[in-house]
Design a binder for this molecule. Structure first.
Ligand code: SOE
Length: 379
């Protein structure tokens, strides 16, 4: 391998393993990089599935466990795309071995785990980042640029929701591959850590810190067959979660996530209302940003639907020609490109582990508030 190769050891070959493997494979084709990432080894418990994954993505080596991966001298970066209960131990071991560490969201199953992970990467001085990919949708990045330019003015309201419907059936089991998100021991929480975490990460990035929250959660189906134990077991995750929040900048917010919104598959929407202008974005129409500016000329003033495909839109100069869209998978490619640029420049790309800890502090506060029925501090 050439000297400029950044050798990645990937843990996990599920949905997220695929998005990451694709990002490493594609990034050098579209972005100028000093170091080109190559997934040189993948680690997975199921040898047959790992072989299939490695063959598909051209990965040379398969190792049986993450400990062997972390111990290898020929790996520069450990990428954790495995279930949430594995993040903590792998990240800390990787940092102690001096590897760069990338980790799927949420960082830990709770803020206590995340804090230890932050300490480990900061003590080791290794580059780190968490895969909150929606920041890198060009329309969302443009929203951030517009806010930074002061186009919205003072912000009054932030509103976000993430709606799905894939767990409504009571016959759906919990646990094991694909369904570990329903097993609280593995996932840490339900939609709060899985879906609201995305909304919170974007919100902290666009609108600054959240001071306090008042939350409510519900578990609609209280028992499910467990794929690993074979028994019917209590469900410990939250199926739906909603909260009110007060941001440090004085704005008020509402957040909602559920896996029980029949008809919605991944409807992540956000809206921000400022003194001069408002922004609305929808993951199902991710290449558009809706923008209203009160300062526009009166008779034609109205919501604009901006098609984010021009060369002067964030990231779009790297892709096709104006008018042609990109999609979900590109957000991961952008994230790798930004991470590598951060390593090259010495200014780390966000969200770092420390940034992602802030999200876990908010999700912990939401879950605490749902139990205490009190407002809770989120910092
Ligand atoms: C859950 O269904 C899920 O796959 C999340 O785990 C991802 O983070 C989200 O981007 C899409 O939905």
């Amino acid at each position: 391998m050439s000297d400029n190769t950044l050798r990645v050891g990937l843990v996990g070959y599920g949905f997220m393993g695929r998005t990451h493997a694709n990002a490493y494979a594609q990034v050098g084709h579209f972005f100028d990089l000093e170091r080109r990432p190559v997934v040189t080894a993948v680690c997975a418990r199921n040898a047959e599935r790992a072989r299939e994954f490695a063959d598909r993505w051209g990965i040379e080596t398969i190792v049986p466990d993450w400990q062997s991966l972390v111990a290898r001298d020929d790996i520069d970066l450990i990428d954790i795309a495995s279930p949430n209960d594995t993040h903590h131990d792998i990240a800390i071991a990787a940092a102690e071995a001096g590897k760069m560490v990338l980790c799927e969201k949420p960082l830990g199953r709770n803020a206590a785990e995340s804090r230890e992970m932050v300490d480990a990467v900061e003590k080791a001085g290794v580059a780190n980042m968490v895969w909150y990919n929606y920041r890198r949708v060009p329309a969302v990045t443009l929203a951030r640029n517009l806010i930074d330019e002061g186009r919205l003015g003072r912000i009054f309201h932030y509103r976000a929701k993430f709606l799905q419907d894939w767990t409504i059936s009571s016959d759906l089991p919990q646990g094991g591959e694909g369904l570990w998100r329903l097993d609280v021991g593995v996932a840490g929480s339900g939609v709060t850590g899985d879906l609201l975490a995305h909304c919170i990460d974007t919100a902290l990035w666009l609108n600054g810190p959240i001071d306090s929250v008042s939350g409510m959660t519900e578990t609609f189906i209280r028992e499910r067959q467990h794929n690993i134990t074979g028994k019917v077991e209590p469900v410990g995750i939250d199926d739906a979660s909603a909260f009110l929040a007060r941001f440090g900048n004085g704005s008020l917010a509402t957040f909602e996530a559920t896996r029980y919104a029949r008809g919605h598959k991944a409807l992540y929407t956000l809206e921000i209302n400022g003194e001069h202008a408002s922004i609305f974005w929808d993951l199902h129409d991710l290449h558009r940003l809706q923008y209203f500016d009160h300062r526009d000329e009166g008779t034609t003033r109205g919501w604009r639907s901006v098609h984010i495909t021009d060369g002067d839109h964030p990231y779009m100069d790297k892709w096709w020609v104006p008018g042609l869209q990109i999609g979900y998978e590109h957000t991961f490619i952008h994230q790798v490109a930004d991470f590598l640029a951060g390593v090259e420049s010495g200014t780390p790309a966000a969200p770092t582990f420390r940034d992602a800890l802030a999200t876990d502090l908010v999700t912990d506060a939401v879950l605490k508030s749902a139990t205490s029925r009190q407002w809770e501090n989120a910092g």
